[in-house]
Design a protein around this ligand. Structure first.
Ligand SMILES: C[S@@+](CC[C@H](N)C(=O)[O-])C[C@H]1O[C@@H](n2cnc3c(N)ncnc32)[C@H](O)[C@@H]1O
Length: 223
């Protein structure tokens, strides 16, 4: 995408009510005013909140929100030009149960309070081959999630990366998390068939599938 197109998207992002773009000062070592208040301030209800972390263009956020109008969905990413796609769709289609949040996931603790989130989707997260602690399924990140995820809240990981899949299985085993589902080839096994949640395809997923790569899935719970 050219610089001009990006600038156009960033300008339009400023107009989307569903897109929250906190400044660094608002989240660095301090709580954001929305922390603990997403239901009331953004959605006007107290329905469960589901996060998609590293959502890119927000395919899961949008598809799940269409499927479950009685739940609220927030797609989180740092890249504004990608978030534009989901925010534009949600705006044009008047989706009351969708929001997007532009922030580094490292600061997410400043944005959600205890028990504010009921479920997390991690879709094609960067595998971070050289920096295991930066993986969104590392113990460090799971500890952060545990501060705002409800008891028994589900974490889903969908990835093409064998490294991320296997290292997450290790993190789950080492830390006594509860593994609920694991599949190292969801299209081969038939798990992604039908109209279930796993057949939703993200932008990256479609590219990996076109290259013939296998897509894996894990579902787990923190203790
Ligand atoms: C490989 S892409 C996947 C995007 C989308 N989920 C998909 O499947 O098409 C990973 C995304 O995670 C975002 N991301 C990676 N690390 C992040 C972080 N620490 N904070 C916020 N976003 C992050 C990137 O900006 C990127 O959009």
């Amino acid at each position: 995408m050219g610089r001009k197109d990006k600038a156009k998207r960033f300008a339009e992002n400023e107009t989307f009510k569903c897109l929250i773009q906190p400044s660094m000062e608002e989240v660095f070592h301090r709580d954001h005013p929305l922390k603990g208040h997403w239901g009331k301030e953004i959605f006007g209800n107290d329905a469960p909140i589901v996060l998609e972390l590293g959502c890119g263009k927000g395919e899961y956020t949008i598809a799940l929100a269409e499927k479950y109008p009685d739940r609220n969905f927030i797609g989180v990413d740092i890249k504004g030009a990608r978030l534009w796609k989901g925010a534009k769709y949600a705006t044009v289609n008047n989706m009351p149960n969708v929001a997007f949040l532009r922030t580094r996931i490292e600061f997410i603790d400043s944005l959600f309070s205890r028990d504010e989130v009921s479920e997390i989707w991690l879709t094609f997260s960067d595998p971070q081959p050289k920096k295991p602690n930066k993986r969104l399924t590392s113990k460090i990140f799971n500890d952060i999630y545990s501060r705002f995820l409800i008891k028994g809240g589900l974490i889903h990981l969908k990835t093409d990366s064998v490294l991320l899949y296997e290292s997450t299985l290790e993190v789950i085993a080492e830390n006594g998390y509860e593994l609920l589902e694991s599949d190292n080839d969801i299209y081969g096994s038939g798990r992604a068939d039908g109209d279930g949640l796993l057949q939703i395809k993200t932008f990256y997923e479609s590219q990996f599938l076109a290259k013939g790569m296998k897509i894996t899935y894990l579902k787990y719970r923190l203790p």
